[in-house]
Design a protein around this ligand. Sequence first.
Ligand code: ADP
Ligand code: MG
Length: 217
Amino acid sequence: MITTKNVIKKFGDIEVLKGINLSMREGEQCALLGGSGSGKSTLLYLLGGLDKPSSGKILVARKELDILNDEELSEFRNQKIGFVFQFHFLLPSITCLDNIYLPVKISNRPIEEYKELITMLANYLGVEHCLHKYPYQISGGEQQRINIIRALILKPKILLCDEPTGNLDSKNSEKVISLLKELATQFRSTLIVVTHSNKIAAEFERKITIEDGQLIS
Ligand code: ADP
Ligand code: MG
C-alpha cells in the first residue's frame, strides 16, 4: 500500500529526510516515533500527497505521487487518505457537523448515507453535543475528536495520524487509539500513528523510529 524509495526532503540547505525506505502492506498498522523536529510530520505530509519530496519515489495505493498534478493529488487525498493533523484544522466558519461532511461533499456522495456512522462515532467519542456547534465553541480535545471523525468518514485506505492524542487526557487517548485501530482493521486501512507516548506505541506490533533523517525499525 505504501512504498518509498530513497526519499529525500530538504528545506533550504537542511536535509530533514535523508533517504527514507519504507514499505507497508494493506491493513498494516504501525507507530512512528522520533524526537521533536526529527521529520515525522514531514514524512506524513509526503505520504499523504500534501508536499513533494526533493528526490526519491513515493508509491501510495498504486499511485506514483511525484507524477500527479495538483488536481490529481487533491482527488487522491480525498479518495484514499484520512489525515488527522497534529494541529487540527477545522474550518471555523461552519459547524462541526458540516466540517465532518466536507470530504463527503467533495467526493459527491450523498450525505444521508453517512448520518448513522457519524452518530455512532460521535457517541463513542463523547462529542455528540458538539456536532451543531462551531469549532470555537468547543475545547481543543473536542476539536481533535471531531477532526478524527472527519478523517474516518470516507473509510480511507490510508489513515495518517499526527499525534492524534496530543490534546487528550489518558482516558480519551486510549479510546481514540482503540477506535483508530478497530476501524483501520474493519476498513483494512493502512494506519500510521505518530506518537511520543511509549504506552501508545506499545499498542502497535510494528514500531518505526526516525533518527537522524533515517528510519530504524
Ligand atoms: P516532527 O514532526 O518530527 O517534530 P517536522 O517534520 O515537523 O518534525 O520538522 C522536521 C524539521 O524540518 C524541523 O527542523 C523543522 O523545523 C523543519 N521544517 C518542517 N517544515 C518546514 C518548512 N515548511 N520549512 C522549513 N523547515 C521546515
Ligand atoms: Mg510533528
